[in-house]
Ligand binder design. Sequence first.
Ligand SMILES: Cc1cc2nc3c(=O)[nH]c(=O)nc-3n(C[C@H](O)[C@H](O)[C@H](O)COP(=O)(O)O)c2cc1C
Length: 196
Amino acid sequence: MNAIEAIMTRRSTRSYKPDSVEREKLEQIIEAGRYAPSGGNNQSNHFIVVQNKEVLQKLAKLAEEAFAKMEVTENTYSSLKSSILQSKKGGYVFYYHAPVLIIVANQKDYGNNIADCNVAIENMMIAANSLDLGSCYINQLHWLNEDENILPYLQELGLKDNERVYASMIVGYPKSADGKPQRTALKRKGNEVTYI
Ligand SMILES: Cc1cc2nc3c(=O)[nH]c(=O)nc-3n(C[C@H](O)[C@H](O)[C@H](O)COP(=O)(O)O)c2cc1C
């Protein structure tokens, strides 16, 4: 699969087999993230790759507890609202039981932190697709950056004091009939283009 094909056929996967991702493939994905461009060639992204099931479950539990305490208002962003409502109901697992969660952090006082993390995420999602792996962008940890329980737990996992999470994603083998990602592109309904 060439780069254009990998971009055009990437879709979000939200149902995974429990199988772990081979180390070689995971390293290729992470390297694709590390080779993304960065503002001023800063290269200050910090990739925290979580495969440990207990750690994943603890993150899901802490996130659920944090969202369950939040209230929904008429201005609440729809995806955040969904996380809050599912957490209040119970059994909310923000990482969809994927075998790998890749958290991308950067320095909180660096102006390109969000951009640098997100170009890396896109590189990694495209790389995952080219390797027949499914992936999905995951926003919940970014929303919970200052949570009193999640921040110290992420710091235990290696997040530095001056870092915060600006993006994360999951990766794994899709739970599909052929084991491959669903690759039919959604029809574009926006993303206007103006050629001059
Ligand atoms: C900034 C951003 C945040 C997103 N957050 C989440 C998320 O937290 N959970 C999720 O399931 N999908 C998330 N997505 C995936 C989008 O829902 C998805 O890309 C969109 O619906 C289009 O579907 P496609 O990726 O299959 O083309 C996010 C995507 C982006 C770019």
